[in-house]
Design a protein around this ligand. Structure first.
Ligand SMILES: Cc1cc2nc3c(=O)[nH]c(=O)nc-3n(C[C@H](O)[C@H](O)[C@H](O)COP(=O)(O)OP(=O)(O)OC[C@H]3O[C@@H](n4cnc5c(N)ncnc54)[C@H](O)[C@@H]3O)c2cc1C
Length: 371
């Protein structure tokens, strides 16, 4: 007779996928153990309290969705504020509103009406219209014209991807929405905001009364961990899971440089993008503005894009043909295994938060439908 293992599920990774999975499994009376190799819970939404400010340690995280169910779901753990994402662009000291809208067009050209703005954009795009743009630069010029491209897109995108825009595929920029109203709200979604008190409250709510261990790398403790549960939910890198047998999937990474400043307000906005190519970082975040903070000091973060390597964290999957084919090889292997692969690293997919929550809810609904 075999002894029953102490847990129903071992969940590798305490990011949103792992936390939502654990929460839903617990509702079905499943016993879960969540492990994470970092020394904290929450994956990339983790916040550290510095100077009374919830600092988004892995980059700005702004929750947005059109799905009322998901909005109500997250708000059932922690109320969200109504932070509206309205980033600015700083191009060599000139400030522009984003996303591209009538405020931006006024700042670029002094135009006051949609007709005047459309006329300039039409003039600047028509000479670049081609049937099939061969690279990102051609694509962007055909969509928005020279001024917007050169001041607000080129430098930022080249820094982000570490390549010249002429060497980047056109598909990276499918659309570049132009808004002909004076509206700086970045997202079109019905719901957006930041958890009041930070994202840790959301993760703590999801993992309430669920056992976890941090500082535990699944690969270093695999044998011991497998003795604890038959079912495994894995949210780490899929290529690592299979020991890179088909090769390594590529990612873009970031370095975050956090600084405490002895002043109450550094830039007057949570997010400012630096769109020139001479400045090596892409953005400066000022965290207190996500929650309308009035603290004495402030904390800012500069984001420097990097190639991902064994030393750098993998953040953005590069979903080009080469990597997508490689991922499909791993996915074929995953389909043969009795393991649940979920989340952005295991599915090699750029998920926003609402999407990863939706994916974990869909998975658990299907898995536990008869229970
Ligand atoms: C810079 C940046 C900004 C973003 N901004 C936004 C935004 O504004 N709005 C938005 O909706 N979304 C945003 N996102 C996306 C958001 O972060 C993801 O949707 C979400 O965090 C993904 O959750 P996850 O559980 O799939 O992955 P993760 O949060 O990465 O969690 C995976 C966890 O698995 C752990 N792990 C991996 N391997 C092992 C192992 N071997 N052993 C143990 N543990 C392991 C990791 O330590 C990690 O904690 C942003 C992402 C980044 C990178």
């Amino acid at each position: 007779m075999t002894n029953k293992k102490p847990y129903d599920y071992l969940i590798v990774g305490s990011g949103l996928y792992g936390a939502v999975f654990a929460h839903e499994a617990k509702k079905k009376n499943k016993k879960c153990l969540v492990v994470d190799k970092r020394n904290h819970l929450g994956g990339n939404v983790y916040c550290e309290n510095i100077e009374g400010i919830n600092v988004h340690k892995y980059g700005a995280h702004i929750f947005h969705t059109n799905d009322k169910f998901i909005w109500d779901y997250v708000n059932s753990f922690v109320p969200f504020n109504r932070y509206t994402n309205s980033p600015l662009a700083n191009y060599k000291g000139e400030l522009y509103n984003l996303p591209f809208n009538m405020n931006t067009f006024y700042q670029l050209w002094g135009v006051r009406t949609p007709q005047e703005a459309k006329a300039i954009i039409d003039e600047q795009t028509k000479k670049h219209r081609v049937k099939k743009p061969g690279n990102l630069e051609e694509q962007a010029l055909s969509l928005v014209g020279e001024d917007i491209y050169h001041k607000l897109i080129k430098g930022y995108t080249e820094k982000q991807w570490g390549r010249k825009a002429t060497k980047l595929p056109a598909f990276i920029i499918k659309r570049l929405p132009l808004r002909f109203s004076f509206d700086n709200n970045y997202f079109n979604d019905s719901y957006q905001g930041i958890p009041i008190g930070g994202y840790n409250k959301l993760i703590d709510g999801l993992l309430n009364n669920i056992e976890y261990r941090v500082g535990v790398d699944y690969f270093k403790e695999k044998d011991n961990l497998h003795r604890l549960a038959d079912n495994i939910v894995y949210t780490g890198k899929i290529d690592e899971f299979y020991d890179y047998c088909h090769g390594e999937l590529e990612y873009r990474s970031l370095r975050f440089d956090h600084q405490i400043l002895n002043q109450s307000n550094y830039q007057g906005n949570a997010v400012v993008n630096y769109t020139d190519s001479d400045t090596s970082f892409t953005r400066i975040l000022e965290h207190k503005h996500f929650e309308f903070g009035m603290q004495k000091n402030t904390v800012i973060t500069k984001e420097y894009p990097l190639e991902a390597s064994n030393k750098n964290e993998p953040y953005y999957p590069i979903n080009d043909t080469k990597n997508s084919n490689l991922y499909n090889e791993y996915k074929k292997m995953a389909l043969q295994d009795n393991i649940i692969f979920g989340g952005r690293l295991a599915e090699y997919k750029y998920y926003d938060m609402h999407q990863v929550i939706g994916a974990a809810l869909a998975k658990t609904k299907k898995l536990f439908q008869n229970q």
